[in-house]
Ligand binder design. Sequence first.
Ligand SMILES: Cc1ncc(COP(=O)(O)O)c(C=O)c1O
Length: 439
Amino acid sequence: MHLYGTQKINAQGHLEIGGTDAVELAKTYGTPLFVYDIALFRERAQAFQKTFEEAGIGYQVAYASKAFSSIAIYQVAAEENLSLDVVSGGELYTALKAGFPKEKIHFHGNNKSLEELEMAFEEGIGCIVVDNFHEIGQLKKISKDRKQPMNILLRVTPGIEAHTHDYITTGQEDSKFGFDLNNGQADDAFGQTHEHKYLKLLGLHCHIGSQIFDTAAFRMAAEKLIGKMSAWHGETGYLCPVLNLGGGFGIRYTAEDEPLEPSVYVKGMIETVKETAAAAVFPLPEIWIEPGRSLVGDAGTTLYTVGSMKEVPGTRKYAAVDGGMSDNIRPALYGAKYSSLVANKAEAALTEHYTIAGKCCESGDKLIEDAELPPLEAGDILSVFCTGAYGYSMASNYNRLARPAVVFVEDGGHQLVVKRETLEDLIGQDMSYRKQVKS
Ligand SMILES: Cc1ncc(COP(=O)(O)O)c(C=O)c1O
């Protein structure tokens, strides 16, 4: 059994995370419960940053907080000197409430509203990652009306799509995000922004995929983006000082996944950026990255209580837990795979196979197919590993299930950071209806 971060099996034969018994956590806070190993988050954040420091290159590591957004995680991110990537007024508001340094916030999104952009100006955030021509128009108007400068990056699609070990390169990319680098759109966006009185163009951004397990596609993207920035430099003399290569660094969900260390991804990028910039006689840009999953993914574990069980003779055994697609949509949405361990029987022999079903009213609500586990009983605490990214942040109230609580554990301490929703919360926005009778 692969354990993550500070996880271990304690003297009671229970799973322990951050120095706290997971079975005790389930008793104290109830289930389903998201548990974050904060030491692992810090270790990853420091590993990315240390590699840049050692290379002596200008950088920003921004936590891509769509992976998990809450006041507490933003506070930890700030403690670790990370920058922050937000994609909505809601994430921005949460970051501001957390007291996150405004100048280190980068605002993403393919359809930012006028209100969201105005909020970004009002708060004086660090940078807006511009996605499309409509947004350029909005930014020009707001910055002129307010007579206020704003740093921007242009998000481009470089025609490289990466996923795990594979990547494809295409002349043109069919993506809802960004300006195409190959068909002239990126050049038009550069033309519209680089001399603007208030918009300060810092450079280019791309995000080429998720769960990427090697450095080749990042290197290729870096070459293409530097090629473009250096061509613009040659043509206009305008120097873009920043290259943002996005996120997508892989993590180990199951034994099939073989991610690289953060340092390996970063070293690969730095090497290519240095070589490409030197060959183009282009000043070395700062490198910015945006890890999400690789900061919070395997730091998160969900604890569930096992309830009903069903056997389809000769076919499979189902064990149902007290959550499901409402707290983790990824298996139902795109067949994501997870590994698990029975927290109260962590040393028991794995003699059975179960399909772990959620409690939502959907046949597809299965968290894990054919999990190798000891014989299960109602009341067992099942821990599902690596649920820290895109789990809570994609959670819903489907079937009017209350969203789980979130607890941070570190150095033997545990602290509630997001309260479990109550039945009252579930109807909090509801209003009665009475048919209006026309007089
Ligand atoms: C622009 C951008 N940056 C960063 C990320 C984070 O990716 P990951 O969580 O795979 O590191 C995403 C994820 O969708 C993204 O769209």
